[in-house]
Design a binder for this molecule. Sequence first.
Ligand SMILES: C[S@@+](CC[C@H](N)C(=O)[O-])C[C@H]1O[C@@H](n2cnc3c(N)ncnc32)[C@H](O)[C@@H]1O
Length: 263
Amino acid sequence: MPEVNRGALGTVPAGSTDERSAAIAVRKMFDEIAPRYDFLNHALSLNVDRLWWRRAARTFAHILTARNTAVLDLCAGTGDLSVALHTMAEKQGGSPRIYALDFSHPMLQHGLRKYEQRKIQPLEADALRLPFAGESMDLVVSAFGFRNLANYDSGLREIWRVLRPGGEAGILDFSEPGGLLGKLYGFYFRRVLPRIGALISGTRGPYEYLPASVQKFPSPPQMLARMKAAGFTEASWTPYTFGIAGLYRGRKLQRGHSCPRQS
Ligand SMILES: C[S@@+](CC[C@H](N)C(=O)[O-])C[C@H]1O[C@@H](n2cnc3c(N)ncnc32)[C@H](O)[C@@H]1O
């Protein structure tokens, strides 16, 4: 089992010096690219992102179809994971309350049409200070957002806090595949994607930040160790598309399990 680094670990965008400045830089970056975000996302991933959101949503069908379910999509941005969750639930006769939370106003604004059509509740708030009571959510998910938090352990503890006992967490994010595919993909991800991203969005920062932040993100064994340290049980990682991305899952134990240390 890998060691959990007890020091704070989180994203560090260029120029940031602490958690506060990191969060401000991240928000500014997404505020800027919000108008082109959906287009670029689909183009740069060749639409594979849609499959990933749907696959993640399918994983949680058992929660989405239960009665009186509350679901939080953390770092929801323009809302595609929220939409996938809603569609999955609707198909199978479920009607969960879905909250799409993000701290970038323009990102939420650009998803408004999707949110309104489906009665998904957009919420402008910080993932590290969730505006929810403890034990109020049955499912907390995040797609490509968790990696951008300024403190991963605080993020995991907030997710754990708002989950009801028995509730589940799902974190979908990029990973770095190994082998020849990893090398080829690394070339695309680090050399090609930032150039196309910069060309279309008109700004270089965000698409240079993307591969850099993936490189610094904990590896699956390290991330699983952090989830366990935050109190999650049944922590697992399922690779998607040869490990280019993957879904972390964890469960908050039913009552009787002691609360994790808040160090
Ligand atoms: C790469 S986008 C992902 C959006 C969406 N989940 C998707 O799959 O397309 C990352 C989002 O995380 C949001 N974000 C980053 N840090 C956050 C924080 N501390 N609190 C709330 N939102 C945050 C950003 O504003 C951005 O919209």
